[in-house]
Design a protein around this ligand. Structure first.
Ligand SMILES: Cc1cc2nc3c(=O)[nH]c(=O)nc-3n(C[C@H](O)[C@H](O)[C@H](O)COP(=O)(O)OP(=O)(O)OC[C@H]3O[C@@H](n4cnc5c(N)ncnc54)[C@H](O)[C@@H]3O)c2cc1C
Length: 871
């Protein structure tokens, strides 16, 4: 089974790391007393960055009465909540004994403390810090969400007790989150990640160097703190005991200790790696390293593994011996899944990587599940894998891919990644249509079948006659593979339909040109054939279309992804269906506690509907509201207080809001939406106070009240990246300067700016450009024909180097001379690759078209107009 994480939590690992780093820097001046090393899944002395750093601080201090202590917390509640297997706990305890011996040689005591409740971890740690006069606490980061949350709590408690905490990156060779795609996004696909990983490490091979062995404590610690050396590592933990038989097997297969682990690695590199490329996929061959339990518990680091492989490959990494390169690539899978965990922490929350797969219909057959766990499915290869797992607590990768479970090497990132890969719900997962045929794989673990020949052994039920099969004492297959395959494919296909719909509407909400009927017809097309046929035969009318949508939602079990409400108040008969629809959505489609990502409403809401509707708000992240102009008065009078109350109470998770409010609803009602990042308002003139706003678009307004706009911008906490301010008539010009200076002050991160250009604004826009260091796209819209000759020349001097597109819309007039000056200034200021678009252009001075495609890479679109000569 995939390893389970505890319930949801909102902490983002990346934020937490950033915060910890930031805060740890602040407390840098704390005077050094003793250091505490908190061991978790890094049970090693060698290449342990945190341990080495702790020991260095103490060693380099002239004072010799300060020491490094080590601590390990036994935390059964936390382990239980993460489904940690008893064999894994047994493996940790065995390795802790070895670790204690090694630490002892360095005069570092290992304190073993038990924590009954996971929430007690911070107080237990602080208690020990006080007892041991700890000024600095060290640990290596664990990237899973719950672990990050726990560490954040320890960090906060320590900081408030004036203890400096350093959490270091040691689990991966390349820090998760460091490698990004060209678009500055985290990698979702393995191969480009791998290529980038190789490029990064090959450009600086020192990344592969291990951190040195830690410095020993002075022996005087044994006088001052003798009692700290007396902790014993328990042999078992209540609730995590294993049978003596299993203990024998795991001790034999996976002995404890760094020393053993390194000899295993050396042996693998010497004897097996050359054939690894092929042997790794053959179940019956012991062709892989079996290092996973050691890597998962940090008995060895990935860096040490790759470094040794690199040396065996004559100092090569991505080239050289096939087997070694292939093996390094497997370690890169481990790194890939960790960066996935950090970039997409929702995978820690029992959610699929591909969110649209969340609603896939899985089989929950208890009896089949039990037989699968016991290795009695009737499919020899699956049973072989499961029996290997039950016997050895470990399974070959190939077998994991076929039976899709882990034990001794339980590792959340790899396990989650592996499971989601098999289930086709993960990052870079196997395509859903690649369903392994279990009968084509190997035989070893199923002795009932050992007398069968190679043809019979993989498919005894299919090949033997009834009496021959009965004699074997082996179960019949629990599912018919062919039929189960067809069902699985159907279910995945359904999810693809959902995804297409999400892609279609998800990020680009459709607008009025998609009338309700058009949309409903589209929905009908997505309906399963039999439902569609019935609707077509019964001569579908718009009300029935709505019904069709309801059926469609029910059919696809479209829980919490995207929902569109459309209701034409003119058609009274629709009201009933519409009410039913909303009721259905509230009661069934959006289960309690889940979140709707998008809710789009094109409607005026009658009051009685709204009662039900307000319940949905608490579950939406994105809301698009359209009130029809014609219904302005009615909607305002009837619904505003309700909307306002409902939103104030429920819509705090709202991240995206697009409102066509008909000029009458006060946007102040959204003032408590603290998570709001995107606001698009059309045709309104009210304001509110969003703290995290990134995108502000006030367009197609007759007038914009600059003062109010200033208020909005000045509460955005410098997050604004997109600003669109377009109005039809000059508003209050005396406040325009104030608006520009507010944009200058609050828009250092502006990337897209679209603004009205006129005589009044021209010079102010130039001063604004001087301060927009990150601007990529600038669009200036003219309200009346203007000659911008002078302005053009100045523009070249102030446009930021980051600018990639410059759009001039409507009637601008300038001469060739000023254009040339502009290009000259651009060249002088090293502005390259600027795309210069003139749309709806006016008339220009006489110049040659090719001049625009100059060596400085500035291109002119709208070139067709460039040849015209102005009057
Ligand atoms: C459904 C499923 C569940 C899995 N659960 C786990 C798990 O809980 N813990 C775990 O460590 N691995 C897991 N894996 C990945 C992989 O199966 C094991 O890492 C591998 O079989 C361990 O054998 P080895 O050490 O001999 O690997 P080798 O082939 O010698 O590879 C060396 C190391 O590279 C890493 N590695 C290899 N294959 C993968 C992979 N596909 N994904 C990520 N890292 C990889 C491991 O750390 C491994 O020890 C899972 C795979 C699947 C398909």
């Amino acid at each position: 089974m995939p390893l389970k994480r505890k319930t949801r939590t909102t902490l983002s690992p990346d934020d937490s790391i950033k915060k910890q780093k930031h805060e740890s820097n602040q407390s840098i001046d704390i005077p050094i007393e003793n250091c505490l090393m908190w061991f978790r899944t890094d049970l090693r002395i060698q290449d342990n960055i945190a341990l080495h750093k702790a020991s260095t601080i103490i060693f380099t201090k002239s004072e010799k009465s300060n020491y490094v202590f080590a601590i390990y917390l036994i935390s059964p509640e936390e382990w239980r909540s993460h489904d940690v297997a008893p064999t894994r706990v047994d493996f940790w305890l065995r390795n802790l004994k070895e670790l204690k011996k090694s630490l002892n040689e360095l005069n570092i005591p290992l304190i073993i403390e038990s924590v009954d409740n996971a929430s007690d971890v911070p107080s237990v740690m602080i208690d020990w810090c006080k007892r041991l006069r700890i000024s600095h606490l060290f640990a290596n980061i664990e990237y899973e969400v719950d672990e990050m949350k726990r560490d954040k709590q320890v960090f906060d408690s320590a900081t408030s007790n004036s203890i400096k905490v350093e959490m270091l990156h040691s689990q991966c060779i390349v820090k998760p989150g460091l490698l990004k795609t060209k678009e500055e996004k985290p990698y979702r696909v393995y191969t480009p990640f791998k290529n980038s990983w190789f490029r990064h490490v090959e450009s600086d091979l020192s990344i592969l160097e291990s951190s040195p062995i830690p410095f020993p404590n002075s022996v005087s610690i044994r006088n001052s703190y003798l009692e700290t050396f007396s902790f014993k590592v328990p042999s078992s933990i209540p609730g995590f005991e294993i049978s003596s038989e299993l203990a024998k097997i795991t001790r034999f297969n996976f002995p404890a200790g760094e020393q053993y682990c390194h000899s295993l690695l050396s042996k693998f590199l010497l004897q097996k790696v050359s054939k690894y490329s092929d042997a790794r996929d053959i179940l019956s061959q012991n062709g892989t390293s079996s290092l996973s339990p050691y890597l998962a518990s940090g008995i060895i680091s990935a860096r040490q593994c790759v470094y040794k492989a690199f040396i065996s490959n004559n100092n090569k990494l991505s080239t050289g011996k096939n087997g070694i390169v292939k093996w390094i690539e497997e370690i890169i899978w481990r790194e890939f899944y960790r960066q996935i965990l950090v970039a997409f922490p929702h995978v820690c929350k029992n959610m699929p990587f591909k969110k649209h797969m969340e609603n896939i219909e899985w089989n929950n057959d208890e009896e089949n599940f039990r037989r699968w766990c016991q290795g009695k499915t009737g499919y020899p290869i699956v049973d072989a894998g499961m029996r290997q797992l039950n016997g050895m607590c470990w399974m070959h990768n190939r077998a994991r891919m076929i039976v899709a479970i882990h034990l001794i090497d339980g590792d959340f990132a790899n396990n989650n990644g592996g499971w989601q890969w098999c289930a086709s719900t993960g990052s870079d997962a196997q395509p859903y249509f690649r369903i392994f045929n279990p009968t084509t794989q190997s035989k070893k673990w199923v002795p009932e079948l050992k007398h069968l020949d190679s043809k019979q052994i993989h498919n005894p039920f299919g090949v033997l006659n009834e009496s021959e099969f009965k004699k074997l004492g082996y179960p019949k297959p629990i599912v018919d593979h062919q039929k189960a395959r067809v069902v699985a494919l159907e279910r995945f296909k359904k999810m693809l339909v959902c995804k297409r719909r999400l892609d279609y509407f998800g990020r680009k909400p459709f607008r009025y040109e998609y009338s309700s009927n058009k949309f409903l017809k589209f929905c009908v097309r997505l309906l399963p054939f039999n439902v569609r046929e019935r609707l077509v035969n019964s001569n579908v009318l718009p009300p029935l279309c709505l019904k069709a949508v309801t059926e469609w939602i029910i059919h696809h079990n479209m829980k919490n992804q995207y929902f569109v409400m459309d209701y034409d108040v003119q058609v009274e008969q629709q009201l009933k269906v519409y009410k039913e629809l909303i009721k259905h959505v509230v009661d069934h489609v959006i289960p309690k506690g889940s979140h709707l990502e998008v809710l789009q409403c094109f409607t005026w809401w009658p009051e009685d509907i709204f009662e039900d509707f307000s319940k949905i708000f608490s579950r939406v992240d994105m809301l698009i509201l359209h009130w029809y102009q014609m219904l302005r008065i009615k909607s305002t009078i009837i619904t505003t207080p309700l909307i306002s109350n409902a939103l104030k109470l429920n819509a705090r998770s709202l991240e995206y809001l697009e409102v066509n409010a008909g000029g009458s609803i006060s946007l102040e009602i959204f003032s408590e939406c603290d998570n709001l990042e995107y606001l698009i308002v059309t045709k309104d003139d009210n304001y509110f106070h969003p703290n995290n706003l990134r995108k502000l678009s006030l367009k197609d307004f007759r007038k914009i009240n600059f003062k109010d706009t200033v208020k909005i911008i000045s509460t955005t906490n410098f997050h604004l990246t997109t600003l669109c301010l377009l109005w039809k008539e000059e508003s209050d010009p005396e406040n325009f300067s104030l608006l520009i200076s507010t944009i200058v002050a609050y828009g250092p991160k502006l990337k897209d700016l679209e603004i009205i250009f006129n005589e009044n604004s021209a010079s102010k826009i130039l001063s604004l450009l001087c301060s927009c260091d990150m601007l990529k796209n600038l669009c200036l819209k003219n309200t009346k024909d203007l000659n911008i000759d002078m302005w053009m020349q100045n523009l070249g001097q102030v446009i930021p180097k980051t600018l990639k597109t410059l759009n001039l819309q409507n009637s601008f007039t300038f001469t060739l001379g000023s254009l040339e000056n502009f290009l000259f200034e651009c060249e002088r200021n090293s502005i390259n690759g600027l795309r210069f678009n003139i749309q709806d252009g006016g008339y220009f001075g006489c110049f040659e078209q090719n001049k625009l495609d100059g060596s400085n890479g500035i291109h002119g679109a709208g070139a067709a107009r460039f040849g015209r000569v102005s009057a």
